[in-house]
Write a protein that binds this ligand. Sequence first.
Ligand SMILES: *Cc1c(COP(=O)(O)O)cnc(C)c1O
Length: 377
Amino acid sequence: MKNKIWLSSPHMGGNELSYIHQAFDENWVAPLGPNVNEFEHSLEEFLNAEVKVAALSAGTAALHLALIECGVEHGDEVICQSMTFSASANPIAYQGAIPIFVDSEPETWNICPLALEEAIKDRMTNGKKPKAIVAVHLYGMPFNVDEVMEVANKYEIPVIEDAAEALGSTYKGKACGTFGRFGVLSFNGNKIITTSGGGALVCHSEDDKNKAVFLSTQARDNAPHYQHSQIGYNYRMSNICAGIGRGQMEVLNDRVEARRKMSAFYVELFKNIAGVTVFTEPNAQYFSNHWLSAIIVDPAKAGLTREDVRLGLLEDDIESRPLWKPMHLQPVFANSPYYGGDICEKLFENGLCLPSGSNLNDEDKKRISNRINEIFK
Ligand SMILES: *Cc1c(COP(=O)(O)O)cnc(C)c1O
């Protein structure tokens, strides 16, 4: 019997269990301990020595704390890339703030700098300056950092960089997650490395990190009893999960290489198939970890829709998935303003993510290529 081929599944490196054993041996079975500290240090080193990283229970928690630290409050407006996973936008609602969605650009599939400026100007004309901008490096592809930061700096609005899918990606040689006022990482089970569930907030000062740790551990003031002058959260990463993270950091570069090889595999596979474009970097300034490989199917040229491809793959138990459905099309955000055109709507209509795991072997790839060739025969 054939195994299911997954879009993206966990891929252990080998040393994860020994760090977990260490935690048990020393009885650090808690949301703090040596694994948490070491995991944070290895992330700081990987990103660059200047940043300070707070390990948290989820990427979503990191986004929430970033918004709080940017001063986002009830009734404020926050700009958010529409083409993304709902976790980029949900924490805006947790704060009682209003998400203002912005279209993507065709080159990176990420927030369009022109539509971003249009949105800021229009909101300011309406009397409200957005409190923050959530920009996403979708599927590992860096957003247009120079132009997005230029617009953000011009209007002095902090950027929260959602790098949940982009650990290991770089723009002009600099790590994604380190450009904004805050960066957000995720170690969910389907991400490029995993802690079974977890995330991190990338900060640019010890103060910002300390504030995140304070808020993530129930905002306890300095007193012998439990004293609170702010609302806190239970968002810290456990020392067990961080043990998995330590093991995963040892193989992160291998994982990036393997995911990039999957992308190269699809570029080769679709080279001679009309009407299909594989999502690749617009130029050499962009380096994607290719967390997920994705294609655009042009039905007029391919003679097939992306649903035909998805269902065709499913017949051989090969998982694929349409691109993220834009947030401004989601029922839950139906009342939120939207700026831009139909770029992200078209991407959603014709785009498909393909199996991209670093643990796919030659046999899996053969099965995928045979099936694709059959679908497009
Ligand atoms: C996975 C993901 C998140 C959320 O991370 P969790 O660790 O699952 O909470 C946020 N944004 C994007 C773009 C993601 O893909």
